[in-house]
Design a protein around this ligand. Sequence first.
Ligand code: ADP
Ligand code: MG
Length: 339
Amino acid sequence: MSDLIQLLPDAIANQIAAGEVVQRPASALKELLENAIDAGASKIQVIVKEAGKQLIQVVDDGRGMSPTDARMSFERHATSKIRNSQDLFSIRTFGFRGEALASIAAVAQVELKTRQESEELGTLIQIEGSEVKKQEPIATTPGTSVAMKNLFFNVPARRNFLKSNPVEMRHIVEEFQRVALSYPEIAFTLMQNDMELFRLHAGKLSQRVVGLFGKNYQSQLVPCEELTPHVNVKGYIGKPESAKKTRGEQFFFVNNRYIKSSYLHHAVSTAFEGMIQTDQHPFYVLFLEIDPSHIDINVHPTKTEIKFDDERTVYAVVRAAVRQALGAHHVVPSLDFSL
Ligand code: ADP
Ligand code: MG
């Protein structure tokens, strides 16, 4: 008889888990941005080099971490966001799995600087492939900076699978836009190779849209709002004449999480029927608020799908919201409130 099973060392377990959390630079950026928001940041800076292959750094002015927490944050399943299984049903943060930093540190070289406002000194941690290289006190501003360098430096096969810089950068900008759109009250900047791509001041959603997509949108946004007991819809649609042949400026957020839904996209498209060409796509950024017990948000770190228990109602409300917005702003010649 011989026993063959062994527990994997943490570094290997983390590297395997990283395959799920970190597909590409943009997925790491998503995790780091969500952590900054969970930390209560009011200002977030993103610095990217070589489309994130060389560097993704996120600097926030959030609550920071104690030296012990700073070290703990890289352990797998280590989180400050839930404590028991009950908490799983009332999650108010993006994170709760305690996997992101452990995964990122397993497949990159990470430098964390963090300080709590009440403390005089902060903490510096350098970690590479799950191995802590350095931990020491450091003078730094309150908040947290996480720099992820040389993603997949120790997994050459995955590094080779990264796409060209323009493609990876497009994913980064898309991720940045989604997060920045859903938090107009937070100031954001995005720098790429020392060039400033975005500087977004804290403000209203309409200002955020203009900051992200350009001044042209200033005159193109139509407010959209429909409040029902089941679901609230709020946001903006673009006037029909601003519709484009290319997709990419359509955004749904459910309880402030970005989601993809071809079903709800259809609701918006049909509301625009007759006003835009069939090969054109209207701009929209719509926020749905719904009791979490009516949705099943697939909380897999990279997935953005969602299930509604009553999707036909949600569809109808979204469509009505868009129809009304178009009608109320005399974009539609005759009012049509039919569903
Ligand atoms: P999760 O977000 O699911 O808890 P992470 O691995 O992303 O897991 O982060 C682990 C923990 O590290 C968080 O629960 C939080 O306590 C801490 N943390 C991570 N990023 C930050 C940050 N930017 N500011 C303050 N604390 C942070
Ligand atoms: Mg997280």
